[in-house]
Design a protein around this ligand. Sequence first.
Ligand SMILES: Cc1cc2nc3c(=O)[nH]c(=O)nc-3n(C[C@H](O)[C@H](O)[C@H](O)COP(=O)(O)OP(=O)(O)OC[C@H]3O[C@@H](n4cnc5c(N)ncnc54)[C@H](O)[C@@H]3O)c2cc1C
Ligand code: SF4
Length: 494
Amino acid sequence: MGKITGFMEYERVDAEYRPVSERIGDYADLTVPPDGETILRQSARCMDCGVAFCHAGIVVEGASIGCPLGSLIPEINDLAYRGDVEGAWERMIMRHPFPEFTSRVCPALCEGSCTLGEHEPAVTIRNIERYVVDAMLESGKIRPRPPRGRTGRRVAVVGSGPSGLACADTLNRLGNQVTVFERSDRPGGLLTWGIPNMKLEKTLVDNRVRIMTEENVTFVLNAEVGLDVPVIRLMNEFDAIVLCCGATNERRLDVPGSDLKGVHTALEYLSASTRRLLDPGARNESSLDARGKKVVIVGGGDTGTDCVGTAIRQGAGSVVQLEILPPPPESRAEGNPWPLWPRVLRTDYAHHEARELFGEDPRRFSTTLQEIHGARNNGEKVSSVTAVEVEWVASGRGMTPRPLPGTEFEMEADLVLSAMGFVGPERTLIDQLQLEVDGRGNVLAKYDDYKSSLLTVFVAGDMRRGPSLVVQALMEGRNVAIACDRYLKERKAG
Ligand SMILES: Cc1cc2nc3c(=O)[nH]c(=O)nc-3n(C[C@H](O)[C@H](O)[C@H](O)COP(=O)(O)OP(=O)(O)OC[C@H]3O[C@@H](n4cnc5c(N)ncnc54)[C@H](O)[C@@H]3O)c2cc1C
Ligand code: SF4
């Protein structure tokens, strides 16, 4: 514990965002982290409470409590307070494969269950994580650390999102020869193609892939297993396969007019935006550019919010974000006590940007889309939408939304984006391997051994648990690697 009275002396100081007028003109990092001295003082707020939930990584009634990776937070905070950044880093990477990603995009489940957070604003755990990782990056001290010996066993990892990267990294450290197959021309999965650059700069993904390549992990890009690469080849050439293919099957709009030009899914839109940034010479599909357009986004979650932020940077004329749920409460509801993750109303970076630019919050709660209209004389392009307010009523299946008659309203629209989440993993590989799935279409594999219904095929990340978070994908990737390595060792011994 850095300073016994730190939590009484210092107030929480958060990272600041760059001014809206500046940041909406580029796709660079949104935030300005506090200076080093401030961060180290913030570490002193950690009370080393003795019953720390922040690193518990447990699930209670379906909700995560603390860091799923079990990051050694009180110890990291203590070392950071003492100025031992390298010591904090060494402690961090005992549990954490890639803190450079979570220190930018993690919602910080740890802070939701920080003991100080019961009465005062929580310790700024994520900012401290970022300070440590950035200091290591800046000093060039995150270097390749290849394993000392090799087991002679070969493992294929399919998919290079956070779960695939964490799995490949851990298997490699355990001495296995790892090949990652990725269908895209760039690795990273949703780290690259989903999360926008202003939240996670893609140079960080490139840097990590470079380090892993120097550690002898092989990346095979433009290689869709089940299509370009027969899965039977993988079964023959590798001792085990780990599937980390994500849950990229997007939920699509199902209202009249959904087939009109100018209606896209969030991932189509966000990945086209990142493509333009990474490959400026790439063909620019104008229907996926929001410049000067009236944009309607269906879905009030983080993906929808990233669409708001991206549309603003592209120069949209207006942006509206529809959310079918009512707004959450301003503070914890009775059924949502500490140390559970607080389900409260949050106003994210893109909402602030829209407020400053257009004079109002883009969100319309308890509202859904009813119909999309197109101008027949305008090449079947979207011209407007009808939305309606809903009320939530009890039914046999729980609460369901019911349109409120008389509340329908029409809005002009040139671009309609569906950001309504994901329905699960794609089916090609699942069908080819005849893998068992659960009731939600995710590949069936137990949490502790990550084994699918097929011997030597393991599964992790969103493909196993359904759409989730980067930190959960990293945890699953790390743990599936340990389970796979254990299985291969036991098989050899047997
Ligand atoms: C827009 C958006 C924003 C998000 N923002 C955040 C955030 O701020 N914070 C956060 O914690 N989480 C966020 N998430 C969620 C997070 O990105 C995911 O939970 C996480 O990326 C899942 O990791 P994964 O490795 O399981 O799958 P993915 O990241 O989806 O990676 C799967 C990879 O497998 C590849 N693949 C699929 N099939 C094959 C095949 N047959 N052969 C070869 N390759 C294949 C895909 O191309 C992809 O690269 C966001 C998600 C989206 C969509
Ligand atoms: S990974 Fe996320 S939950 Fe874990 S310590 Fe970092 S910010 Fe907290």
